[in-house]
Design a protein around this ligand. Structure first.
Ligand code: ADP
Ligand code: ADP
Length: 233
């Protein structure tokens, strides 16, 4: 579902390569954790999947990244909305509207769907994420865990096959983090969504992972494998 073929990224003003020759394949319907020390290139790698790299960051991408067969270099992030949804650490940075319901609808705006389909998808996503009672609430009045669920919901309404998350629980307390992880697990199991998630608090999330993609240190080869096996390294 997500394929990295000899992927390297260099930023213009940097002396070092931010990512070196990454080769990996993440199959459909798995939750894969992306781990490694700070600065090793985790956000950069996620950016190559969502299309932020190279379209918005100014980096140079070599090699090829495909998501559901689509080359992320030849598509702008907006053109990938129905393939890959992207969520960052800070849900507040993500929002463009005021209320939960408007935010869920906004993600579909570029798709040209009929109004009835858009309404149905908003309802379905409110149910899926347990947000029904909060639908009319201003997002700013919600808890951190609720806000992160809205951020996830807003990228789910285009029905992406892949979800990419950059430390989605790092700003949350343990209870709220559990809430978000339970939602992700449900997406993988019930909808067959493929999830790639960067995370540094491994003890919190490793039980949810099917695979781990490890970037051990800058320049070292990426390793993809079983959580127990890689965590023992
Ligand atoms: P991580 O997410 O693992 O902390 P990043 O992908 O953020 O790593 O960063 C990898 C390397 O690329 C770091 O050396 C970082 O300073 C550099 N870098 C990241 N984004 C940019 C950018 N937009 N311009 C220049 N250098 C960047
Ligand atoms: P519509 O275009 O009417 O919304 P689709 O044919 O695209 O209908 O898909 C409807 C089905 O997709 C439903 O059975 C629903 O359970 C499922 N679904 C719900 N959310 C998602 C999602 N985020 N990604 C993929 N499928 C989803």
């Amino acid at each position: 579902m997500i394929r990295f073929e000899n992927v390297s990224v260099t930023y213009e003003d940097a002396t070092e390569t931010a990512l070196h020759h990454v080769d990996a394949h993440i199959p459909e319907g798995e939750l894969c954790l992306l781990v490694g020390p700070s600065g090793v290139g985790k956000s950069t790698l996620l950016g190559t999947v969502s299309g932020l790299v190279p379209h918005f960051t100014g980096g140079t991408l070599r090699g090829r990244v495909t998501v559901a067969g689509r080359d992320t270099r030849t598509h702008k992030p907006r053109e990938l909305a129905d393939v890959v949804g992207t969520v960052g650490q800070d849900p507040l940075a993500h929002f463009v509207t005021d209320t939960v319901e408007d935010e869920l609808a906004y993600g579909m705006e570029s798709l040209g769907l009929p109004p009835g389909t858009m309404r149905r998808r908003v309802e379905e996503t409110l149910d899926l994420l347990g947000l029904n009672e909060l639908r009319d609430r201003p997002i700013a009045t919600l808890s951190g865990g609720q806000q992160q669920r809205v951020a996830i919901g807003s990228v789910l309404t285009p029905h992406p096959r892949v979800l990419v998350l950059d430390e989605p629980t790092s700003a949350l307390d343990p209870g709220a983090a559990e809430e978000v992880l339970a939602v992700l697990q449900r997406l993988v199991h019930d909808l067959g969504t493929t999830v790639l998630m960067a995370e540094h608090r491994l003890e919190r999330v490793v039980q949810y992972a099917d695979q781990v993609l490890l970037l051990p240190s800058p320049g070292a080869p990426a390793r993809l494998g079983d959580p127990a096996e890689l965590m023992a390294v």
